[in-house]
Design a binder for this molecule. Structure first.
Ligand code: ACO
Length: 378
């Protein structure tokens, strides 16, 4: 077997949830283009689509929305645990820990065989993870968490629980588009992690916790926060050229939010987020961060190194601008990714239940025939 590392190009499952066409820069969820879904769908509609491989009718859509909202309540002991964590704990570590603790209060946590029960659990977990994310924004600032409302969609509920105020429609709509765009993406690292865990016969909470851990890394979902830190470091649009020269051309840094294992053409999600980022920047009256991102993208796109390697902005690049312009803490960027990807992860987990153990091989390259010696002789 050729060993490019990172399982590049290896197909590990037949799926009906999404197709990432990296050569042509296209993404579909169960047959629908991401552009179409971003323009017309809500997160709940996409959640239903990924779990059922068809769009819901009006009553099914209202049912899934209301189920996610009404089951989003997080048991008090989990919120109490979050209150005793150091306020400096990274939000992703909090979300990972609290999600794990949810299993102790979930009556279906150890039901590992019934797919209908698993779908209900997926709905509950998706709502609860959102509540955990919003609660941490408040708890980390010394404020009391706000309980979810059963009349709201997930994006608006998040904004409501985070601020404690009636959610702003424009902001909720922007978060909803973000949630639609990031809900699912083929056999990405965190989804693969969740499938590996599920294939051992383990439970959904464990699989989601493993996926959260995988998403946290800066090569995966953690890149949205790193991209924003990079834009802040650049500071002004006129600093882009100098920053690019010093840090990328002469230094050994990577542009966070650029490059992708599968896309060798522009990531279609980045184009949608760029449009939203521009609109939000204009309406906020501060387009500085958007301008920096555009200038840096232009510098990369004009550079032979990036052209040869087909490196383009990925989903995290402009989502950093969108989330920052919505006044979200940078530490919360990747947790928002979690809220969205819960739809894809849980659809994959249900699909993988009772599937065959995922167990590749390692190629041993160490020595043979060594003779053990007592420690005193080493
Ligand atoms: N900036 C500069 N150079 C880059 C970048 C970048 N952002 N990304 C890749 N390259 C270069 C590499 O140095 C390498 O060059 P080489 O051939 O001379 O050695 C070449 O492009 C291929 O890079 P790999 O790391 O081998 O590609 P891989 O598929 O393993 O990695 C990854 C993909 C991790 C996304 C990479 O592009 C990266 O680190 N990007 C920045 C982090 C990021 O944005 N991650 C989010 C990905 S999207 C998501 O998970 C939601």
């Amino acid at each position: 077997m050729s060993n490019k590392g990172g399982l590049e190009g290896i197909v590990v499952a037949d799926v009906q949830t999404s197709k990432v066409d990296g050569e042509n820069g296209k993404l579909i969820y169960a047959g629908y283009s991401i552009e179409d879904l971003a323009a017309h769908s809500s997160f709940e509609e996409v959640f239903f689509l990924l779990h059922n491989t068809r769009l819901p009718n009006a009553s099914e859509l209202e049912e899934v929305r209301s189920q996610i909202a009404s089951q989003a309540v997080v048991p008090d002991p989990v919120l109490d645990m979050m209150k005793v964590l150091p306020k400096s704990t990274p939000a992703m570590a909090v979300v990972r820990t609290a999600t794990s603790m949810l299993s102790a209060y979930d009556p279906d946590a150890e039901n590992l065989t019934d797919k209908d029960v698993a779908r209900t659990k997926a709905i509950r977990l998706t709502g609860q993870v959102t509540t955990i994310c919003a609660a941490w924004v408040r708890i980390s600032k010394g404020l009391e968490p706000v309980a979810p409302r059963s009349d709201l969609g997930l994006a608006a509920n998040f904004m409501y629980m985070m601020t404690g105020e009636e959610p702003d429609e424009t902001a909720s709509a922007a978060v909803d588009v973000y949630l639609v765009l990031l809900a699912e993406h083929g056999m990405n690292a965190s989804t693969f992690a969740s499938r590996v865990i599920t294939a051992t016969g383990s439970d959904m909470h464990s699989a989601v916790v493993g996926a959260i851990g995988a998403l946290k890394g800066p090569s995966h979902g953690g890149a949205n926060a790193e991209a924003m830190k990079m834009f802040l470091e650049i500071g002004e649009p006129e600093n882009v050229a100098g920053w690019f020269k010093t840090n990328i051309k002469e230094g050994d840094r990577r542009i966070m939010g650029i490059g992708h294992r599968v896309y060798k053409a522009p990531d279609p999600r980045a184009a949608v987020l760029k449009e939203h980022g521009e609109r939000l920047a204009d309406s906020s009256g501060n387009s500085k961060w958007f301008d920096i991102a555009v200038k840096l993208e232009e510098a990369a796109r004009a550079d032979e190194y990036f052209i040869e390697r087909k490196l383009f902005p990925n989903v995290d690049y402009y989502s950093a601008i969108v989330l920052y312009t919505l006044n979200l803490d940078i530490d919360m960027f990747t947790p928002l990714f979690v809220m969205s990807r819960m739809a894809g992860w849980t659809a994959h987990i249900v699909d993988q239940m009772q599937g065959r153990l995922i167990r590749p091989k390692a190629n041993y390259i160490g020595p043979f025939d060594l003779t053990w010696k007592p420690v005193s002789e080493r």
